[in-house]
Design a protein around this ligand. Sequence first.
Ligand code: 13P
Length: 253
Amino acid sequence: MRRPLVAGNWKLNGSRATGAALVRAIAGGIERSRAVDVMVCPPFVYLAEIAAALQGTGIWLGAQSVSAESGGAFTGEVAAAMLRDVGCSHVIVGHSERRALFGESDEVVAHKFMAVRAAALQPVLCVGETLDERRQGSTEDVVRRQLEAVLQRISIEKLGSAVIAYEPVWAIGTGQTATPEQAQAVHAFIRGLVAARSARMAAELRILYGGSVKGSNARALFAMPDIDGGLVGGASLDAADFLAICSAASGKT
Ligand code: 13P
């Protein structure tokens, strides 16, 4: 049985003070006996401080991006080993905002995935189609291409406890969520791609849905058999909404 995971991607938001207040509220409100893993992904500069605040809470820390390089003359970059050093367990790679706004190709994303793995961290690999691609009926082709770019470069066992997040670009920050059925169809497709290589890996793989997840729609999404939790943007900045999403996921098991 896959344990659900709810991850908050804070993106480029907040300050030291609001981040600290947010984790205090989340840690204070989370059920100790919860049947869900919970993670927050603050901006790089706040990671160490948030790591300290999360001590003893069981809440995981993730980074929003990473360099594909492990060290050297790469001004402005942050290496996976550094993220591990400050207490991260996970790193988001291939978020659509990185792909679209910062030019990250499938190949770059695959190298970042491998850099995260090499540092013994867990990647959270984001895949998803744009509205045009969905309208053209190429959702599966896009998701396959994004996933295969990684799977072709690693042995399937290297997937380990990596997480995949299906985030349809048209649902991100728009308030327009994929219906549970739309999301389930793509999640089942992703699991099938992994199952073609390893049935065991596919059965264990957590596939999160991301795109306007809120307390009000989380339960219906998480009720789907292949949706193992959420990667949450806007609603993760509101402790009450984020906690409602966590408890919706906890109810899944
Ligand atoms: P929203 O929840 O704000 O739509 O963002 C989703 C997302 O991009 C999470 O990574």
